[in-house]
Design a binder for this molecule. Structure first.
Ligand SMILES: [Zn+2]
Length: 284
């Protein structure tokens, strides 16, 4: 068995016509029969899922790395669409750091008018969206299915807490770092992993933009160089870069991003447009 990484959204808070907001799908198996774990739910996530033939009802769980708006913008869409597109109650499991339950409660409150309209209008709808929130700190995450999930604290201060996830299936493993600077928690997840999916920003470019608002982002993200150093330090098989700030231009191959990482990591480096797909096989 292998795990498949699909970069659903490779964008960032900066709107891009071609890059959806942060979202990565980790799958075991294809199609509706597979297990599908959505890590973060940024802008346009359901459009990107639709592009690979999946929808909100097919998700095994949604896992949030942290509660920054760009990573949860479309969580409301996932909740509502799963509810209205399934014909029997199908609770959505949402795993996230402490604070997730309060955010989900507020999203549900904001959906109250919509929920009341639909229940009033559709005779077969008797209750609103069913959501189960699991707040985690570190260690194993108790989810059904064949994929084992662990989490650990990352460092995205002052965003606290923030967490990364590791997915394991019969020797195949993928870590999703989320937004973080290099840290011991991430290293513990990455140890010997088949792949590391890391959000990155080009610090060499951002540092030269004379806007304090941009410069503020330097101290709580990793650069491609830092992500590569983490991958090397932890014996990771494949490094996957995502969340490109500034956006890689349409049609660009990201060669300059790859070159920065290659200096520090000699394994395969993957990056690309939304829907880029990488298969991670068990380590022999
Ligand atoms: Zn963030």
């Amino acid at each position: 068995m292998s795990l498949t990484i699909t970069l659903l959204g490779t964008g960032s808070p900066m709107p891009s016509p071609d890059r959806a907001g942060p979202a990565t799908l980790i799958s075991a198996g294809d199609g509706p029969e597979g297990e599908h774990y959505l890590v973060d739910a940024g802008r346009g996530v359901l459009m990107r899922l639709a592009a690979i033939g999946l929808g909100a009802p097919n998700l095994s769980a949604v896992l949030l790395t942290h509660l920054h708006s760009d990573h949860i913008t479309d969580l409301n869409d996932v909740i509502t669409t799963r509810w209205v597109m399934t014909f029997e109650p199908t609770p959505l499991t949402i795993v996230g750091p402490v604070g997730t339950k309060a955010v989900v409660d507020h999203i549900m409150a904001s959906l109250a008018p919509d929920i009341s309209y639909r229940i009033a209008h559709h005779q077969d709808l008797e209750q609103g969206p069913q959501v189960e929130v699991i707040e985690v700190v570190e260690g194993p995450v108790d989810l059904p299915g064949n994929v084992r999930v662990h989490c650990a604290q990352t460092d995205h201060k002052p965003v606290e807490p923030s967490i990364g996830f590791r997915f394991d299936l019969e020797g195949a493993s993928v870590v999703t770092a989320g937004d973080t600077v290099p840290c011991a928690g991430l290293d513990s997840l990455c140890d010997g992993a088949g792949a590391l999916v890391h959000t990155v920003i080009r610090k060499d470019i951002i540092a030269n933009i004379p806007l304090q608002r941009m410069q503020d982002t330097l101290d709580y993200h990793s650069s491609p160089e830092e992500a590569a150093q983490t991958a090397t330090r932890c014996n990771v098989g494949t490094l996957v870069l995502t969340h490109y700030v500034p956006p890689i231009p349409t049609g660009g191959d990201g060669a300059d991003w790859r070159a920065l990482a290659t200096v520090h990591f000699d394994g395969p480096i993957e990056l690309g447009d939304d829907l880029h797909r990488i298969e991670i096989t068990p380590i022999q």
